[in-house]
Design a protein around this ligand. Structure first.
Ligand code: FES
Length: 267
């Protein structure tokens, strides 16, 4: 567990926030898709909450960890009230992130809602590590244009963009998953990989509509208490290649899983 301090905790829009933390240099470099457990000590001790990594940078004498989050309950509301300088405890980086195949030429990054945070971190990682001949495609969805956060950052990174909103205020009117079967028709499964992060309903729809043969990894959300595989509070049902149902923990075995490994009907 590392101790750190809030550098800034900016309100972006409505209940969405951008939090930057200063941590000691001993904090390990996170991989795309990994998360941290964050806890404050004031105004009252809180249970830890999981957050996906949005950005991470090393500086002389410290590192900066950035997170995006949406206020969805009492815990995140307290986080939103942390001023600069607040002391925090950070456990991580935790979990298994996205696996990136060497043969992949067509990286398709799909995000719904705040899933844009880990997808941005992955995009930055791919930008730094992949050759020029490889490309990134972004498929992004939200309820409305006002619900998008972090879009500018992805535009800086660059790629092909496909955007959908439920109310049609930005991009196509509809769900981001509606556009996938049409796009997938032009993708070569042998060199394509999909990376997805979004609300459970979106992941379930994707599982129902994705054409067979296209590799797809999804980052799962779950309530987490320990973040270490000890309490089993985040266990989900998965299916093996031999069709056996096996319980796995989102925090330690995931949060990233093969889409076809998840028992969607059991969630
Ligand atoms: Fe305790 Fe995953 S949060 S096992």
């Amino acid at each position: 567990m590392n101790s750190g301090n809030v550098i800034y905790n900016r309100r972006l829009k409505a209940g969405d926030y951008h939090l930057a933390l200063r941590l000691p240099t001993g904090f390990a470099d996170p991989l795309p898709g990994q998360f941290v457990m964050l806890r404050t000590t004031a105004p009252a001790p809180l249970l830890s909450r999981p957050f996906s990594v949005y950005r991470f940078t090393r500086h002389r004498g410290h590192v900066v960890l950035e997170l995006l989050y949406r206020v969805v309950g009492g815990g995140t509301k307290l986080f939103s009230q942390m001023p600069s300088g607040t002391e925090v405890k950070v456990l991580g980086p935790l979990g298994r992130g996205f696996r990136i195949g060497r043969a992949v030429r067509n990286h398709v990054l799909i995000a719904g809602g705040m899933g844009i945070a880990p997808i941005s971190f992955l995009a930055e990682f791919l930008q730094q590590t992949m050759g020029r001949e490889k490309g990134m495609t972004f498929c992004l969805g939200a309820k409305s244009s006002d619900d998008f956060v972090g879009l500018e950052r992805l535009e800086e990174i660059g790629g092909h963009f496909h955007i959908a909103t439920d109310d049609g205020t930005l991009g196509t009117c509809g769900l981001v998953t509606d556009m996938l079967p049409g796009l997938a028709a032009g993708w070569n499964p042998r060199v394509t990989s999909l990376y997805v992060c979004g609300p459970p309903g979106m992941l379930r729809s994707l599982a129902a509509c994705l054409p067979a043969g296209i590799p797809c990894q999804v980052s799962m959300e779950a309530r987490m208490a320990c973040g270490l595989g000890a309490c089993l509070g985040c266990a989900i049902s998965t299916v093996t290649r031999r069709n056996k149902i096996v319980k796995k923990t989102v925090c330690r075995d995931g949060p990233v899983f093969d889409l076809r490994e998840i028992c969607w009907e059991a969630l």
